[in-house]
Ligand binder design. Structure first.
Ligand code: PLP
Ligand code: ZN
Length: 412
């Protein structure tokens, strides 16, 4: 017998392709058409703007809009409600008047992945799974492992072996089992998918994906609340699998459905990818709605090195729907973007954030964004996680004897 789960506000999970609805059980693909499933809610009309800011300073303040029925199942490391910083110095440099940085490098494991991982691990607790895991380009590994530690669940990571060492160290510190796959992210993903299903492991971004993606909606909720419930004009979002971009759109749509924001008709979504792995930008330029996978991604933005993006075709749909643009940045432009953000705003990001800033600059130069638009750039990961990406471009430091004359001669 299937025990009916406590559902909270969850109405069902619904196929994104054919619309078939399912009870929210351990299922992530439509049995009719193999489409992905999304969580649908029955919202109660008593959700009002002013309740949120009285609550905890984490993304769990939006509890009613997240797919957990019982608050006792929340596994929280206090992620979320990261700063939305007015980037006036970077804005002045590039020619913007209303530029904002959503600084998600300040999360507990130093990337936005604490949002989807925290929701998925909470869901794993709620449905009494015995183990969790993920396929990762680096950041999801530590986010899942940290939440699993807090939830007292074993955690299995599948990641390409060439990711940044510090990201491996971080996951191991949280005591995850780390499987370093000698191949691409897509290889690691395939392995994780099969092992997850055969061993009954909740792979947060594969067999728990309908719940996982919900966490990233809070990236929409927070900036709207931080902008006093105003909808910005343009969002620049770094894209790997495309799950975050899709979730941010879903977040705006739910706020609109709830009557918490007026119109989202003028919202524009901009997808940013690294040149060495930009299958979505490629499809966008060709006017195609099919994404052709990149077999061998080659970029310093390792967290975006997903050659076959799971949500790629849906990102293209979103771009159509929201007057969108897809643009790419080379490694050199990414590094410039990282340094430019660090040297104007004091925010040190990993290459994914460098992609966002590089694309911002490019679109300004091409006249595709106006100077007076309210623009929000998502800075999704911390620079300390990938120092090797910029080390070679920084000045070499040599040791000097503690002799005042020698040191004095160094200071111009
Ligand atoms: C995973 C990741 C992304 C991309 O998210 P997707 O949902 O895969 O598109 C962006 N930035 C950082 C830092 C990431 O770790
Ligand atoms: Zn279907």
């Amino acid at each position: 017998m299937v025990v009916k789960e406590k559902m909270g506000n969850i109405q069902c999970v619904k196929c994104r392709e054919c619309g078939k609805e399912y009870e929210p059980q351990f299922r992530y693909i439509c049995e009719d058409c193999f489409g992905p499933l999304d969580v649908k809610y029955t919202f109660h009309s008593n959700i009002k703007k002013d309740v949120f800011n009285l609550r905890e300073k984490t993304y769990w303040r939006y509890f009613e809009l997240l797919p957990i029925a019982d608050k006792n199942n929340i596994v929280s490391l206090n992620a979320g409600l990261t700063p939305l910083q007015e980037a006036d110095r970077l804005g002045k440099k590039l020619g913007f008047q209303n530029l904002f940085i959503k600084n998600d490098s300040m999360n507990p494991t130093f990337s936005f992945k604490d949002r989807p991982a925290g929701v998925a691990v909470s869901r794993a607790k709620e449905t009494k799974l015995k183990a969790v895991g993920c396929a990762s380009t680096g950041n999801l590994a530590s986010a899942t492992a940290a939440h699993a530690a807090k939830a007292e669940l074993p955690c299995y990571i599948f990641a390409p072996s060439d990711i940044e060492h510090v990201k491996i160290a971080q996951a191991l510190a949280y005591d995850a089992e780390f499987v370093a796959v000698d191949g691409t992210y897509d290889d690691a993903n395939r392995v994780a998918s099969i092992i997850g299903d055969s061993k009954g492991i909740g792979i947060v971004n594969i067999n728990m994906r309908p719940y996982y993606v919900e966490g990233s909606k809070t990236l929409a909720f927070e900036i709207v609340e931080q902008l006093n419930w105003k909808v910005p004009d343009s969002l620049i979002i770094p894209v790997g699998s495309g799950a975050m971009l899709n979730a941010i759109c879903k977040g705006f749509e739910e706020l609109h459905e709830l009557g918490l924001i007026d119109s989202i008709a003028n919202l524009r979504i901009i997808a940013a990818q690294p040149h060495g792995c930009a299958p979505i930008v490629e499809a966008f330029r060709n006017g195609s709605d099919q994404v052709i996978p990149v077999e061998r991604p080659k970029t310093i933005a390792k967290s975006l090195a997903i050659g076959d993006p799971g949500d790629g075709s849906y990102v293209l749909k979103r771009l159509k729907q929201y007057d969108g643009i897809a643009e790419e940045a080379t490694d050199e432009e990414i590094i410039k973007g990282i340094l430019s953000l660090a040297r104007t705003e004091g925010v040190f990001t990993e290459p994914a954030g460098g992609v966002t800033i590089a694309v911002l600059q490019k679109l300004m130069e091409e006249g595709k964004i106006d100077k007076d638009e309210t623009v929000v750039c998502y800075i999704t990961g911390n620079g300390l996680k990938s120092t090797e990406a910029i080390m070679n471009t920084l000045p070499k430091i040599n040791a000097v004897k503690p002799d005042i004359r020698l040191v004095s001669a160094l200071i111009s």
